[in-house]
Every structure is written in C-alpha cells, then in structure tokens.
Design a protein around this ligand. Structure first.
Ligand code: SAJ
Length: 451
C-alpha cells in the first residue's frame, strides 16, 4: 500500500470515517460488526441467509450465543447497513473482513468452499484502484489465504497494491464467554505488506482493548490460530485417555488431576463425554491436512483427535455396562440426556458429542431422550425424544449429564429421582457433587471414575 494510502487509511481510522464490511454474520461476524459499529465506524454487514439478514435488520440475534441477544443495533441505526448483497456492500468499504464458516467434510477434510465463494464475491465487487484491504478471519491452515484467494485475484485481473491488499487476522471468539468477546481478546495480523499489517493493527486496536500485533506474513497468523486449538484438543485428549486408564486401576482420574494441578505449571483440563464445537474438533484436521500436503507426519495431532472422537462411543459402552450390572437389558431401557449443546450456556449442536453418544445407545436398542433448554426439538435427530420440561421426565433408567448448562446441573435432583424408574446417574462432565447426590439416593457414576 503506497505511503499516501496508508496515511489516508490511518486518518480515516483516527477520525472514524473508515467504512468496514463484514461478510458472514454468524457467531463471529455479527459480534465483530457490532464491535466495529460500537467503535464508531460505518459498518456494512453481509450474509447470504435472508433469515439472518431479516433478523439482524429487525434488531434480533440469529446466532445461538446469548451474549449477542441485547446488542444488535435497532432498525434505522445510523452507520449500520445490513444486506444479502456483497456487490452492494463492498464498494462502500475501505476494509472488508471475511468471517465465513470453515467446517470439515464428512471425510474429515477442510471445506474451504465458503472462503472461496466469499472471496470471489468480494473481489468481483472491488472498484479498480480502490486498494481495498480484504482480511480473512475464518480459521484456516497455513497457506490457505494465498492458495485459495490469489488464483481468483489473478483470474479477475486485480493488482495487489492497487486494487486490493490481502491480510489474515484469526478470530479468537469464544461463544458464551462474555469475558472474551471481540472487544476483549488479543489479535494477531499477518500480511505480506508490513505497512498494511501495521495499518490493520491500528484498526483492530480500535476494536479490542487487548494486545494487537503484526506478526509477519499471512502463514504465521494462519498457523498461530490453528495450533492454539490443536494444543487444546491434545490437552483434552490426554485427560480423556487418562479417564479410560485410571478406572481400570480403581482410581478416580479427577482425584489424580486435582492432585497434579497443585504443581505450578500443570494445566488443568477435564475429561468428558467428548469434544464438540466448530473449533476444537475441527481445526486439528486443518493442521493434519497441511502436514500431509508437505509430507510431514502429524501422528500426535491425529492420535489426539482419535481419542476425543471415540470418547462418545467409549462412554456409551460404559453406560451399557452400568445398565447390565444393574440387571437392565438394553431393549427395555430409557436414558435421559441432560444437555445436547457442545458447550454449557450456549445453544450450538455443531459437532456435539451428544450426537454420536445418542447414536451408539440407539444402535444398542436403548431409547434416548434429551432435555436442553438452549436448543429446540427441530435440532435433534429423529430417534431422540425431546423433553420440554424435566417435570415430564418420567420412567427413565438413567440420567446422563452431557452438557454442564446451569439448567442441567442446578436442578431439583430429589424430584427427578422420584420420577426415575431406576436411580442411575452418570456425570459426563465431572461437575456434579456426587457424594451429595448419592446421599439422597442416586446410584452415581461418572466419566473417569471407577464403577
Ligand atoms: N472440553 C472438555 N474438556 C476441557 C475443555 C473443553 O471436554 O477441559 C470440551 C467442551 O465440553 C466442548 C469442547 O471441548 O465440547 C470445546 O470446548 P472449548 O471450551 O474449547 O470451547 P470452544 O469450542 O468454544 O473453543 C473456543 C475456542 N476459541 C476460539 O477458537 C477463538 C478456543 O480457542 C478457546 O480456548 C475456548 O473457546 C475457550 O477457552 O473457552
């Protein structure tokens, strides 16, 4: 970006005349659009979903994240433009952020189709000579921004440094955690042009109160984001593997982890029924794919994924063993899952371990029902019965805590116990006071605890 343009860009930031486009108004894009609007900028928000656009334009929250419920600008708010048309929005924008999904395909490969489609729509709408800065925020693996977008830029005959600049700034958004919203989280920026990188540092510093830094070329920022979540997946896999080993040694893994956590640099993670969401169980596959592309083994990352991905099936087998010891056959048994969402206090079923757990139980002939006040019955598989209220939960043989929603932890356990056919309880998130529940009559079990 020529110095003059960088200076003009900096001036627009300091006098709040900069116009910011956000492509994709989901869990990340909508809070980002609101954040830049709150910071005083002109905002153009784009989403392909007419339902999403209609809800946002009506001041409503289309995401499952309750933290967004009360902050969507009201209809008619100035500096706030929402549309389904990228072509309409981009010509108004000095900088365009792309926050579209990067899921994995059924065969666990990265799906970059949303990134490609959004990039193409943006590049086709960029005015020649405007030097619009386009920033990808979606989680990808090192090399994707250049490999996916540059061919389109060249195909359209656009010139880097004249028509556009490309940068990468990974989102670090944590659904359901107001302490780490878009305005309270550190950011890193990758770009082949240091002046553009530093200009974006100035911009993002208006969004977040935390550290923002230029880290060099695109690939550095792309890699940083992926490995943040790879590390988390590996750490969780370790405690999940220990949760399989220690019961066989007649030791409760939670006792071991709590003891180990007295060491100053032991990082405490918690075993569970599995690892869900659109970040942790997904991002490692990006790293695995990239390592495969360059012929370098990623054995540890792959093994950790296998441990976490098979946790629901392991738990299902443990549950069947508990039922068997209680003299119950699978065919005549009903299990109530408390929680379905991948994470507490969030209504998001993406990659939830509840789904493979319910599937495994269903395949063994066990009837499965679910209670999750953060979701709706339409989001459940056909074979799962929906329980609207725990008052209606009659005749179950086992209650399984899958998601540590407050509504699933701080419930009337004495009443639920009266409604059970068999008083079996399995704490799949190790958050319940098992001795208190045992004292009132529950036959308690838990992940990583000897039966
Ligand atoms: N989980 C465990 N044991 C743990 C921690 C998590 O089983 O000790 C499970 C959760 O139940 C859930 C899954 O892992 O099913 C993911 O949980 P998460 O707490 O990592 O939540 P996410 O998926 O929303 O992760 C986000 C990520 N944020 C971004 O990618 C920007 C992640 O990097 C954050 O570290 C994480 O939030 C966070 O810190 O909460």
């Amino acid at each position: 970006m020529p110095m003059a343009l960088t200076a003009a860009f900096a001036t627009k930031i300091s006098d709040n005349t900069l116009s910011v486009g956000i492509i994709g108004l989901g869990y990340v894009g909508l809070p980002t659009a609101i954040g830049f609007h709150d910071a005083g900028f002109e905002v153009w928000g784009v989403d392909v979903s007419q339902r999403t656009v209609d809800m946002v334009m009506a001041g409503k929250n289309p995401t499952g994240d309750p933290d967004v419920d009360d902050i969507v600008p009201a209809p008619g708010t100035e500096r706030w433009h929402i549309t389904t048309s990228t072509a309409e929005a981009v010509p108004h924008c000095d900088v365009v952020l792309v926050t579209v999904p990067t899921p994995i395909t059924h065969d666990l490969k990265p799906d970059l189709s949303y990134v490609e489609a959004a990039g193409r729509a943006v590049f086709e709408a960029i005015p020649k000579g405007s030097n619009t800065i386009v920033v990808l925020e979606s989680t990808v693996y090192p090399g994707v921004t250049a490999q996916t977008w540059m061919p389109i830029v060249e195909e359209l005959g656009l010139i880097i440094g004249e028509d556009l600049e490309i940068a990468y700034c990974p989102e670090r958004f944590n659904p359901g955690d107001p302490a780490h919203g878009v305005r309270q989280v550190a950011r890193v920026i990758g770009c082949s042009n240091p002046e553009v990188g530093e200009a974006l540092v100035t911009l993002y510093s208006k969004l977040t109160s935390e550290d923002v830094r230029y880290v060099g070329k695109l690939e550095v920022a792309e890699a940083a984001k992926v490995i943040e979540n790879v590390q988390r997946d590996i750490n969780i896999a370790l405690v999940n593997e220990l949760a399989r080993i220690f019961p066989a040694l007649d030791v409760d893994v939670e006792d071991v982890l709590s003891a180990a956590a007295t060491k100053w640099n032991f990082h405490r993670y918690t075993p569970g029924v599995g690892v869900g969401g659109h970040c942790i169980p997904v991002d490692p596959y990006y790293m695995i794919q990239r390592a495969a592309d360059v012929g370098v083994p990623a054995g540890l990352i792959t093994a950790a994924r296998a441990v976490n991905r098979t946790m629901p099936n392991h738990v299902a087998q443990v549950l069947v063993n508990i039922l068997w010891k209680a003299g119950l056959s699978a065919e005549n048994t009903k299990i109530l899952l408390l929680g379905w969402s991948y994470k507490a206090e969030v209504g998001d079923p993406r990659e939830t371990p509840a789904e493979p757990l319910a599937e495994a139980l269903h395949e063994k002939g066990i009837a499965v029902a679910v209670y999750d006040p953060h979701l709706s019955s339409e989001e459940m598989p056909d074979h799962v019965e929906w329980v609207d209220s725990l008052d209606m939960a009659e005749g179950y043989d086992m209650a399984v805590l899958v998601t540590a929603h407050k509504a699933c932890v701080e419930l009337d356990w004495a009443s639920l116990l009266q409604q059970m056919k068999t008083p079996l309880l399995y704490d799949g998130r190790r958050v319940l006071d098992l001795s208190r529940l045992e004292a009132i009559g529950w036959d308690v079990h838990a992940v990583g605890r000897p039966n």
